[in-house]
Ligand binder design. Structure first.
Ligand code: SF4
Length: 449
């Protein structure tokens, strides 16, 4: 089988039944909860240990690839090698499906699974491990991965799991800077994440979302006990950037903790924001195509694009409904920052003057997200990304001068697996500026968030 045939035959939407699904860790909460929702539907899914195989990831790449591509490659190679060692003769690479999403557009993310395929094919023993791939192009439709009657339900359960993961992350970021005892918030987060994985696994496939929300609510109620109410509010930092790097604490060298150590409280952009953006973007694309088909009087295409528009519209409405439900219940117990709605982020782009969603990638989300944070009175913005990341570089080019004019402190934080000796000094200076911003803001009576 040549390489092109292999890309067709061994990358795609294969049935997940009777396979072990290897899920890469991006955000700890989101990957764990998505795997739990898969298990709820009887799929044997496990999150691979991350960053242990980075050396392997680097060994099999040239150095020109994006950093997340090297990390995820390292994760799967490390996992398979370990399984081979553990199982010996009974190791069968065909028993595993490596789960790797992709997106189209101008970004290199669409190439990860192809490169990983070529590398797996070149390795003795792993060429038979197939890659299960979902694409943003069809809003991560899971056609082919499981029985038709389960697809929509599974997709929606996984979405709810992602929102819960976002809430757990926000709980951690909101409590850790104010904890009574060092380490309490992290320990509570770990315990709650485990409990939520069990809840999603038991109730997810049975559509018992209210039960899951109830368990979450109870946990958030107890999280208040961690907080020392005497600690005054800290400067609030909004984080945007490339989704993998900003969510993967090992590769961003736990930047949120570093910012907290210099006196900040951080809100990172969520994972659900990306899923909502994909539905929103596909809806807008279908609308533009429908208008074109109407102009060309192509009724067949018009019908197809309208159906596409409608299905994305329904999905987005459903997602917002679920997201609002979960946040409403969570906010009864903790003052968490709510997630951004995508049309609001697009409005921040000033009718395409600053950037356009039509360019694709996450840059529009990051620029819009940073400006939304500013509108809510945040005291500083951090843009986190892999070194040489194309969308994040565009984002930086737009945000830097803009935030400078708005007098909101801003830094870029780029990572490639090495340690920048001056990063701490940059973060310290940035946090000093953010503290000054907070003082000024409070003096003007602006307490909004
Ligand atoms: S978003 Fe950045 S890091 Fe991710 S694939 Fe695109 S260029 Fe690479």
């Amino acid at each position: 089988m040549d390489q092109f045939e292999s890309l067709k035959a061994k990358v795609g939407k294969f049935s997940l039944a009777n396979k072990t699904i290897l899920v890469p860790e991006m955000g700890r909460s989101s990957s764990s909860l998505v795997a739990a929702s898969m298990r709820s539907f009887g799929i044997d899914a496990q999150v691979m240990e991350t960053y242990k195989g980075l050396q392997l990831g680097k060994q099999y790449t040239s150095g020109k690839e994006c950093f997340p591509c090297q990390i995820t490659l390292g994760d799967v190679l490390h996992h398979l090698e370990r399984e081979k060692e553990l199982l010996g003769e009974s190791f069968n690479p065909e028993n595993y499906l490596y789960f790797m999403a992709e997106s189209g557009g101008p970004c290199r993310f669409g190439m990860y699974n192809k490169l990983h395929r070529i590398i797996l094919d070149s390795m003795d023993g792993f060429s038979k491990t197939r890659i299960a791939s979902l694409t943003a192009e069809d809003s991560y439709s899971i056609g082919g991965l499981m029985k038709p009657e389960l697809r929509t339900h599974f997709r929606r359960t996984a979405y709810v799991a992602i929102v819960i993961a976002d809430i757990l992350d926000r709980m951690l970021w909101h409590t850790r800077p104010y904890e009574k005892e060092k380490g309490q918030a992290q320990a509570y987060y770990e315990k709650t994440l485990d409990n939520m994985c069990v809840a999603v696994e038991i109730h997810g496939s049975k559509k018992r979302f209210q039960r899951i929300y109830g368990i979450l609510e109870e946990a958030l109620g107890k999280a208040q006990d961690i907080v020392n109410p005497k600690i005054p509010p800290k400067p609030l930092i909004g984080m945007v950037g490339e989704i993998y790097l900003r969510s993967h604490t090992k590769s961003n060298q736990d930047l949120i903790k570093l910012l907290e150590s210099y006196g900040g409280e951080v809100v990172n952009a969520s994972i659900a924001e990306w899923v909502n953006y994909v539905s929103y973007d596909n809806m807008q694309k279908a609308k533009r195509k429908a208008i074109l088909a109407l102009r060309e009087r192509d009724l067949k295409s018009l019908h197809q694009h309208l159906r596409n528009w409608l299905s994305n519209r329904i999905e987005l409405t459903y997602q917002y409904l679920r997201m609002d439900q979960v946040y409403r219940r969570a906010k009864k117990h903790l003052q968490l920052y709510e997630d951004h709605k995508i049309d609001k982020l697009e409005k921040q782009l000033d009718n395409g003057r600053l950037f356009s969603f039509q360019v694709g990638t996450e840059a529009g989300l990051s620029i819009g997200g940073a400006l939304e944070y500013c509108r809510h009175g945040f005291d500083g913005i951090v843009n986190v990304f892999p070194f040489t990341c194309m969308p994040s570089t565009m984002c930086s080019a737009v945000l830097k001068p803009l935030l400078d004019r708005m007098q909101v402190p801003y830094i870029d934080a780029a990572y490639d697996g090495t340690y920048q000796p001056n990063l701490e000094a940059i973060v310290r200076t940035f946090m000093y500026q953010a503290a000054q911003h907070q003082k000024k803001r409070l003096a003007q009576g602006n307490t909004r968030h």
